[in-house]
Ligand binder design. Structure first.
Ligand code: RP5
Length: 155
């Protein structure tokens, strides 16, 4: 599982993806790779990923967020895009840049920011759960614990 982000400044917002995958027992390779600032690193990492056993990409970026889309252009593997806030328009730019892919190059786009990162991690786990019994069990336990942690009243 690869978790890519456009800047080291994105890590705090992308960490929930790594945290939830750790809870599911799924290892992650976390990298700072920018479609704009490090295009050669991006190309090399993504095109060699399948041979290194990467099955899914989670890509988080802010502003003109092309990281997920360009990653999807370079690989047939599933790409989960997380638009990040922090810009002058609070992530709306990243949301549109991530979600508005042309037909033929799919990116599954999640909510802006930390909630999107967490859900991308859970969604990646759900993909793996189709063939991995231990991830399936861990996901069920996560849901049970989450439900049990919701109080019946706010007092
Ligand atoms: C994007 O530009 C990054 O994903 C980040 O969210 C944003 C700003 O990057 P920094 O200037 O903080 O490095 O490429």
């Amino acid at each position: 599982m690869a978790i890519l982000m456009g800047s080291k400044n994105d890590w705090e917002k992308m960490k929930p993806a790594a945290d939830v995958l750790a809870k599911l027992g799924v290892g992650t390779d976390v990298r700072v790779i920018s479609a704009h600032r490090t295009p050669a690193r991006h190309h090399e990492y993504v095109t060699g990923a399948e041979d290194r056993g990467i099955e899914i990409f989670i890509c988080g970026a802010g502003m003109a967020a092309h990281l997920a889309g360009v990653t999807a252009a370079l690989t047939p593997l599933p790409v989960l895009g997380v638009p990040l806030d922090g810009s002058a328009v609070d992530g709306l730019d990243a949301l549109l840049a991530t979600v508005q892919m042309p037909g033929g190059i799919p990116v599954a786009t999640f909510a802006i920011g930390k909630a999107g990162a967490k859900n991308a991690g859970l969604f990646a786990g759900a993909i793996l759960a189709g063939r991995d019994e231990s991830v399936r069990k861990a996901l069920a336990e996560f849901r049970e614990a989450q439900t049990a942690g919701v109080p019946e009243t706010p007092f």
